[in-house]
Write a protein that binds this ligand. Structure first.
Ligand code: IFM
Length: 486
């Protein structure tokens, strides 16, 4: 990761041109299942998302990732788009069932070749590859053996991490073990709105621990195989949890949600222990005896930076009747993804919303960055995802005009700059996403891309926001509001 000294100074006026420090890294991000397609090609086996999306009723409109953006075949074209954007880095994920079918045994040479070609293509264009090892495509065979609630899955992951490091470690300098383990654990095994669709709160906590363990074991594998200058990280979708009122009950609701949203990961990963209040708040579900001696030492590995994904704040209050209510923005289910969420009411930020129904509040990103900077002052931060879905359409002129996305990005980047000015060591920003893609339970109905994808023809059409972001990435400066490239 390119380095940049944190800057200090006055909070910027968000309507004025804003310059980021030299060396600040600009990128875009995608994930394997969301864009690749080619689900049964070249030895790839099924992941939990293949099975889940093919299960009737799980994904909106019955959409699956079978074809997605067909990136597996169109990666050269997509690299051309990245080069036109002028970004310095591209964050992609490796599909575990493509490189190690079934989740154990030897590497699949054809799967490795795909990522090897992709990495070579990026480097030829001067774009830094940033590889994520796990963006949710667990081989189905491992799920059949128990999935993330089972300890062995963590060891399988470490072996897979070693395979990918051996294959790409000579060229990829920046690595992320897991993307958003909160989603894997609590949406996958708690509310069931993500694959594998299981709904057992105790299992979701077991999954969280084994994901943490998998991270620690994988970091050890990576460090043992990668050159010393390699950068290793994890990406968390940290929630900026805010109580809507100042009553002790609202404040306690925020503490409880913060516990299983953030600190169940931050604690073991960065502090070497699960927080006492998280253990106490979930004691009615489990005694945590799945945490074995030595686990927390394995989990707490030195990291080169922390990846943070942010979209919208999480607003909570307390409802004395005891039932959890409202939408947390993560999809509807009769089962809660919040093991300590009794009586919590979720609210969306007032004002404009994205097509996901998520309230738009860039100050949440500022507050989150300041918190991370305060609690972990020696750990640089990279924003590994930020962006928004809107109901984009191709206009009569053949262009896609998306002023809401430009405003969203501008607002959030202004807050990133403000966090830099407050002394937070933010090193880079990755726009989610390069392309419109498979948005999990929402299928293809939500468009997060800077580039529009016509799913009938696979034609890519850069949106106005892509041109805007290209200018930002090339100049390191947010143009004045209204001063956008046409
Ligand atoms: O599309 C997802 C991505 O896979 C993980 N982070 C959030 C994005 C938007 O929901």
């Amino acid at each position: 990761m390119a380095t940049s000294a944190p800057i200090t100074g006055q909070a910027p006026d968000p309507t004025r041109a804003i310059s980021f420090p030299p060396g600040f890294l600009w990128g875009t991000a995608t994930a394997s299942y969301q864009i690749e397609g080619a689900a049964r090609e070249d030895g790839r086996t099924a992941s939990i998302w293949d099975v889940y999306s093919h299960t009737p009723g799980r994904v909106l409109n019955g959409d699956t990732g079978d074809v997605a953006d067909d990136h597996y075949h169109r990666w050269r074209e997509d690299l051309g788009i990245l080069a036109d954007l002028g970004v310095g880095a591209y964050r992609f994920s490796v599909a575990w069932p493509r490189v190690q079918p079934t989740g154990s045994g030897p590497a699949n040479a054809k799967g490795i070749d795909f990522y090897s070609r992709l990495v070579d293509g990026l480097l030829e264009k001067g774009i830094q590859p940033v590889a994520t090892l796990y963006h949710w495509d667990l081989p189905q065979e491992l799920e059949d053996a128990g999935g993330w609630p089972v300890r062995e899955t963590a060891y399988r992951f470490a072996e897979y991490a070693g395979i990918v490091a051996d294959a790409l470690g000579d060229r990829v300098r920046t690595w992320t073990t897991l993307n958003e383990p909160w989603c894997s654990a609590f949406l996958g095994y708690g509310s069931g709105v993500h694959a594998p669709g299981r709904t057992d709160a105790a299992d979701s906590l077991r999954a969280a621990h084994h994901l943490n363990l998998a991270h620690g074991l994988a970091v050890r594998e990576l460090r043992g195989r990668l050159p010393q200058e390699a950068q290793v990280s994890v990406t968390l979708n940290l929630h900026q949890v805010r109580p809507v009122g100042d009553s002790p009950q609202d404040v306690d609701a925020a503490r409880r949600i913060d516990g299983t949203a953030n600190r169940v990961f931050l604690g073991p990963l960065l502090d070497g222990a699960y927080p006492d209040d998280v253990l106490a708040d979930t004691a009615h579900l489990t005694d945590w005896s799945f945490v074995k001696d030595g686990d927390t030492e394995i989990i707490r590995q030195p990291l080169d930076f922390l990846g943070v994904n942010y979209y919208s704040p999480t607003l909570v209050s307390y409802n004395k009747d005891g039932a959890e209510q409202g939408s947390d923005g993560h999809g509807a289910s009769a089962h809660s993804p919040w093991p300590a969420g009794d009586g919590v009411v979720f609210h969306q930020a007032p004002g404009p919303k994205t097509a996901m129904g998520w309230g738009i509040d860039p100050t949440g990103l500022y507050d989150l960055l300041v918190r991370v900077g305060r609690e972990y002052p020696d750990l640089p931060v990279v924003i590994t995802e930020n962006g928004a879905a809107f109901d984009d359409r191709i206009g009569a002129d053949g262009l896609v005009d998306d002023p809401e996305r430009i405003a969203y990005l501008r607002g959030h980047l202004s807050e990133v700059h403000r966090a830099l000015a407050s002394g937070v060591d933010v090193r880079g920003y990755f726009l989610w996403s390069l392309l419109d893609n498979f948005e999990w339970g929402y299928g293809y109905s939500k468009r997060f891309g800077a580039v529009y994808v016509d799913y009938e023809t696979q034609r890519r059409v850069p949106k106005a926001s892509a041109r805007w972001y290209a200018q930002v990435a090339k100049t390191g400066t947010l143009p004045e509001a209204g001063d956008s490239p046409s």
